[in-house]
Design a protein around this ligand. Sequence first.
Ligand code: TXA
Ligand code: MG
Length: 318
Amino acid sequence: MSEIATERLAADEPGITRAAEILRQGGLVAFPTETVYGLGGDACNDRAVARIYEAKGRPSFNPLIVHLADLDAVKALVEWTDLADAAAAAFWPGPLTMVLPLRAGAPVSKLVTAGLGSLAVRMPANPAARALLRGFGGPVAAPSANHSGRISPTRAAHVLDTLDGRIEAVLDGGACEVGLESTILGLAGKPTLLRPGRITTEALSEALGRPVLARRDREAISAPGQLASHYAPRARVRLNASEWHAGEARLGFGKTEGDCDLNLSPTGDLVEAAANLFEYLHRLDASGAEAIAVMPIPHVGLGVAINDRLNRAAAPRE
Ligand code: TXA
Ligand code: MG
């Protein structure tokens, strides 16, 4: 990946205007929240979301949290419930994330949910974050703004330690107050604590008027891509296809010998391939084919995460 000149922006009006403009252009902006700095990109832009994974050097597509400035915008993306309403009234804006069923037709990139049927939503309290979200006017996907495997950043300087030259800008809003990622409350089923944080299980139970379950399976949440409910195509998936078999849907990459049904990236661009991955698997699955054959994808850069996802899709089913 070539170096980008990362802009240092102050959290004032011109800085926030510039940051919102970068997001609208599909660029990446690290911004402060009250928990940790987030690496933000337009959640409706497949390519911007693919670039978040690339900049972080993540070896897999974990679902991302979407950040919004107001409740109406949240309700447009997820199936809102009375319990969600109670939690929002008590803790939003603030360091709470809720996982709710994704609304049919919500314009969020499939790369944000990693193909899941639920979406993590959060309304941060940090004034610079709120100003940026209002200025941009749409959902912003943002994992913590650190290179994969490094600790979460609580200052703009920490962000630059691992992401300088890999993102368009960092909005410097000083030190984060909480310094620990948001509490995640699962509301797609029974209320369940998916990640502990500043807002405790007890406080959540009280606000909801019913007990919040501790999550049972640690593994499932540290790597939600492994959840049984995680999207896998109905069709069998055959990897590293060097020729096509009759009756298969054909997913190409780069130059192809003969026809394919869809090509992740005719030019062999891994960011483009990642951006198209979930959408194209979905479309080929919907075509009704018994199997999907996928051409080899190189195991470099974003190709590692793409192969991780494809391997899971191809793994034997119960
Ligand atoms: O405090 C925070 O939440 C920070 C700031 C930037 O807002 N963001 C953050 O994002 O910690 P990230 O990507 O590092 O963590 C997202 C977590 C992951 O553990 C992921 O598994 C979980 O949220 N998650 C996201 N969508 C989910 C879903 N649909 N179901 C279950 N877990 C989900
Ligand atoms: Mg993180």
